[in-house]
Design a protein around this ligand. Structure first.
Ligand code: ADP
Ligand code: MG
Length: 387
């Protein structure tokens, strides 16, 4: 689960990770009032969307007067902000963060992520922070340092020193920086984060460390023990089909292709997506209805797949273990009748009661194709979407 910058900064404050003074505005009047509270210019008006690259897309603007605050707030609110992270369709801005402008001496990059290779929490940092960090990573990767922290030991002063030296933190700031990094690590672990990123983390001309930007992502599988964080969820920022699928407890991810597919088991679902691609088509989604899927879940799966306009055909590949093939077949037939499926359906199933399942499909009167194995299922569906 991702959250907005202003929310991440609330959590930062709780952990005493310093951020500029500011507040949330839903209209230009409120933006002006926050500017009054800040008390001096410049102030920064920032679009709040779940994507980075806002600065380059025109979603972060400096204001030097109240008039400019109003102007910037009016121009950013409601704009369709397109950044390299939103995709070409962009995101409509509904909320603003209005913040005190900071005298930046140096912009650094700092992030924490779990690293599966080392089973550590990795501190990734760079002296060359700011809006061009992707370019830095691509052309001068040596400017990025990585310090692994073994979670069983936790963060120690030698970790902090290593990062400080790697970033050339000025001597008078090292202590403050190390304290901040230690608290950030604590925040990361205590909230089951899957990513915390500060870009830029700045050293001000007054030798203070400040997080000017904040990105935070949480491990969805740990959300059950962070009910307090759930209030930060913003459904507007999530794919509507993903939101719908999560209501039914379906494991669904919307993708770009034209072949909708419904599979039981995540491993099999991955294999089916590979099969579709191998046959020359592209999957429209990942959908795992779960090992113990019921006929009702199959129906819900259909609804989700069919509400995606891109889908030109559906491939169902189910291994009948806990869910028997005859039950599945019945579920497919009922769902197909109820939802009036307008696209061709390819079914491949294997396992318990497969013969009975096939009979039900054959006698259903539905227009569907049955495939004997995965490879041919992929080929049939690819042929259909190719016209
Ligand atoms: P994004 O990463 O989405 O582009 P940022 O919050 O990093 O958005 O802002 C982009 C740039 O705007 C920063 O790299 C920084 O140079 C500038 N900026 C952001 N907040 C402030 C601030 N409070 N004071 C001065 N400059 C800022
Ligand atoms: Mg940034």
């Amino acid at each position: 689960m991702k959250i907005h910058e202003f929310q991440a900064k609330q959590i930062f404050r709780k952990y005493q990770v310093p951020t500029p003074f500011g507040g949330l505005a839903l209209d230009s009047e409120k933006a002006r009032q926050i500017a009054t509270d800040i008390g001096n210019f410049p102030v920064v008006v920032k679009a709040q969307i779940h994507a980075g690259g806002r600065g380059k897309g025109g979603g972060v603007l400096l204001a030097h007067s109240f008039e400019e605050v109003t102007q910037h707030a009016d121009s950013i609110l409601g704009m369709n902000l397109v950044t390299h992270q939103t995709g070409p369709e962009g995101k409509i801005v509904k909320q603003l963060l209005v913040e005190a402008g900071v005298n930046i001496e140096k912009e650094l990059y700092l992030s924490l992520v779990p690293d599966r290779d080392t089973a550590c929490i990795l501190v990734v940092a760079s002296e060359a922070g700011g809006m061009d960090i992707e370019e830095v990573a691509a052309s001068t990767p040596e400017k990025i340092i990585k310090v692994p922290i073994n979670p069983l030991i936790g963060i120690q002063s030698f970790h902090c020193r290593k990062v400080s030296f790697g970033l050339n933190i000025p001597a008078p700031v090292v202590k403050e920086f190390s304290q901040m990094l230690t608290r950030l690590y604590q925040l990361f672990v205590e909230n089951d984060c899957s990513m915390v990123e500060i870009n830029p983390l700045v050293i001000t001309k007054e030798d203070k460390v400040l997080a000017l930007d904040a990105k935070m992502d949480f491990d969805d599988n740990a959300m059950f023990r962070h009910k307090d964080l759930l209030e930060f969820r913003d459904l507007d920022e999530e794919d509507p089909l993903d939101v719908e699928a999560s209501k039914y407890n379906l494991n669904y991810i919307n993708l770009d292709g034209t072949v909708g597919n419904m599979v039981n088991g995540a491993g099999l679902a991955m294999a089916v997506m590979d099969t579709i691609k191998l046959a020359g088509a592209e999957p429209a989604n990942f959908l795992d209805v779960g090992g113990g899927a019921t006929a009702e879940m199959v129906e819900n799966g259909f609804k989700i797949i069919l509400s995606d306009d891109k889908v030109k055909a559906i491939l169902i590949n189910i291994f009948g273990g806990i869910l028997r093939c005859d039950i599945l077949a019945q579920g497919v037939v009922e769902a197909a009748r109820k939802t009036e499926i307008g696209v061709p359906l390819v079914v491949r199933m294997e396992g318990t009661n497969v013969e009975e399942g096939k009979r039900i499909l054959a006698e259903s009167g539905l227009k569907l194709f049955t495939a004997e194995d995965m490879k041919s299922a992929g080929e049939i569906v690819a042929k259909i979407v190719a016209g």
